[in-house]
Design a protein around this ligand. Structure first.
Ligand code: ZN
Length: 437
């Protein structure tokens, strides 16, 4: 489908450029040109978004979509109670249909917030791939781009439906990868859950897939202090040091959280090219701590943003994470000049593409045509000045200013309303599923 979107301002080449048109063919940007060059392009349907600022779609590098269903069920409690009485209790009730409904809820809300790609770290695999396929189906129905980090989990303390043997997990993961190979809307990556929920054998099984298929490996690392103590006791090393001794640290490893890593480990991460998914609101919600991202950035470690599951945030907006990122670093370092808006904006867009290994997060030729249109005259962006715009997008933007959202060249939200799916229908499905919870 050849389609062109004209924006009042378009953010590309790191600046806002007036009256430009984004040309998209088969979901990919073929050009971005000043509006007067329109005559060069015949056969494109022109959509006029001149009252909007077109910016790259935001990338949510970490989420657990089913957790949207338990939002508000187990808040303001210590970690174990949060996990057992929220996630564990309710995830046992979920079949493929429930998982589909949870993913619909999560993805529809995210599209509303301007998320164009989400990485769903999915671990209720129930010895197969039918549940993961339900998540993929929900992403397709909503129209969002999906990276499914297929979890590999063998800690016996968790619900049965999470657990597999390393052989089983490897076989299932490979099967799912093959099923969705070369699909621009779905990528499958292996994801040994963490050092507390995946045995060394399971981690090696995931690493083997990542090496064989040359794809990324996602893993929760050093989220809370207890994990570091546990890993030290069990393996005699801190998490990153231990993972490095297994050969896991590489440019293909995406470490989710990495809150409790010491300076030596940051050196290892930088020298081996490890990437980070940073989830500031979730880390604050669960009382985990403050990730040393300024040290990461100084060493050149790529940091993308994630909302994490909606029961530990409890929002799913990457714009919110941008704001939280900058504010949390300022108060931690007692310095209002650190982590400026431009840095957080980059983490929520361009770096997200790098962390997920896909050509997106920037508006440029050859990249996916995923963008967000912000209403120029929205009250939350006034006074309207091009020079202050990134600051106002990160610190002041209200969700109702998100007028359009496009993924793969197709509008999913138009004039402030999600058009790819009925919100009312999603709400009704969620109410039905959770009626007796
Ligand atoms: Zn997580």
């Amino acid at each position: 489908m050849k389609i062109a979107y004209k924006g009042g301002l378009v953010y590309f080449q790191n600046k806002f450029q007036e009256d430009h048109i984004i040309y998209s063919d088969k979901g990919v940007i073929t050009d971005i040109l000043a509006a007067q060059n329109l005559s060069h392009y015949q056969g494109f349907r022109l959509v006029d978004l001149s009252d909007q600022i077109l910016i790259p779609g935001t990338v949510n590098t970490h989420n657990h979509s089913f957790q949207s269903l338990v939002r508000g069920f187990s808040d303001d409690v210590p970690f174990e109670k949060w996990r057992d009485e929220g996630i564990y209790k309710f995830s046992k009730k979920l079949d493929a249909n429930g998982i589909y409904t949870g993913a619909l809820l999560a993805f529809t809300e995210m599209v509303k917030y301007g998320v164009t790609t989400v990485c769903d770290f999915f671990y209720i695999n129930n010895h197969g791939n039918d549940n993961a396929r339900a998540v993929i189906e929900a992403a397709r129905d909503v129209g969002i781009r999906l990276v499914l980090a297929r979890a590999m989990y063998d800690w016996s303390g968790a619900p049965q439906t999470y657990q597999e043997t390393p052989q089983e997990a490897q076989k299932n993961c490979l099967e799912l990868i093959r099923e969705f190979e070369n699909n621009p809307m779905v990528s499958i990556y292996p994801a040994p859950h963490s050092l507390h929920a995946a045995s060394p054998d399971m981690i090696m099984a995931g690493l083997e897939i990542s090496k064989k298929k040359k794809i990324f490996l996602h893993m929760h690392i050093a989220e809370a202090q207890y994990e570091v103590k546990q890993v030290k006791k069990r393996f005699g090393k801190t998490p990153i040091k231990y993972l490095n001794s297994l050969g896991v640290c590489s440019p293909k490893l995406v470490g989710v959280h990495c809150v409790w890593v010491n300076d030596d480990e940051i050196e290892i991460m930088a020298s081996t090219g490890v990437k980070v998914s940073y989830n500031p609101a979730s880390n604050m919600f669960l009382g985990d701590g403050v990730t040393p991202i300024l040290k990461f950035l100084k060493k050149g470690i790529v940091v993308g943003l994630g909302s994490d599951g909606a029961c530990s945030n409890n929002r799913t907006s990457v714009f919110d994470e941008m704001r939280t990122t900058s504010l949390l670093q300022k108060v931690t370092h007692l310095d209002g000049s650190v982590c400026p808006a431009e840095e957080s904006f980059k983490m929520g867009t361009k770096n997200g593409g790098t962390v997920l290994g896909l050509p997106m997060g920037e508006l440029k030729k050859g990249y996916q045509c995923d963008f967000v249109g912000l209403k120029m005259n929205d009250i939350s962006l006034q006074p309207f000045k091009k020079k202050n715009l990134i600051k106002n997008i990160v610190y002041a933007l209200a969700p109702w200013a998100i007028e359009s959202v496009a993924v793969h060249g197709k509008l999913l939200k138009e004039k402030g309303k999600v058009i790819s799916i009925s919100e009312e229908e999603v709400r009704r499905k969620v109410a039905e599923l959770t009626r007796v919870w």
